[in-house]
Design a protein around this ligand. Structure first.
Ligand code: COA
Length: 123
């Protein structure tokens, strides 16, 4: 289940965010979290499974595009389809929006979009 970020989740969010290749520096991590906390166009979600937060996805909302800026899954849960599921759930939050990627997230988002388009064809 995707849960909207709140301040109480700050530490777990920073831990998940630190799996992104460009988020290895503590100062940068703090700046990124501040951006999600203060800019209404930047929205951060955590994936909760049972009592644990094991995934994170952050988007920048620009007109009808939801640009995925950050996406990560706890290493012990990778390869279970969670990354793709988070993108699928995001795309359902606003049916008028288009899921887009930044340079950093493009390889995985392309893969997810291809999968979602394939699933649509099957319906
Ligand atoms: C990318 C990430 C979120 C994927 O999460 P996940 O839950 O393991 O992904 P899923 O199980 O839904 O999907 C696995 C598929 O994605 C592919 N994949 C994993 N990482 C990928 C990447 N960086 N780029 C492109 N494809 C990737 C796998 O090869 C696998 O492909 P398959 O379905 O053809 O076998 C996770 O590997 C992660 O947290 N990586 C570190 C953070 C990061 O680099 N984020 C930016 C990614 S571009």
């Amino acid at each position: 289940m995707l849960c909207r970020y709140k301040k109480a989740f700050e530490k777990i969010a920073m831990g998940l965010l630190s799996f992104m290749p460009d988020q290895k520096d503590l100062k940068l991590l703090q700046e990124t979290i501040r951006q999600y906390e203060t800019d209404p166009n930047w929205q951060l979600f955590l994936w909760k499974q049972e009592d644990d937060f094991i995934g994170l996805v952050g988007v920048e909302i620009a007109d009808d595009e939801w640009i995925v800026r950050h996406i990560s899954v706890d290493p012990s849960h990778r390869g279970e389809g969670l990354g793709k599921e988070m993108v699928k759930q995001l795309s359902k939050m606003d049916m008028d929006c288009v899921i887009a990627a930044c340079d950093q997230t493009a390889p995985f988002i392309q893969k997810c979009k291809a999968m979602l388009e394939e699933a649509d064809k099957e319906i």
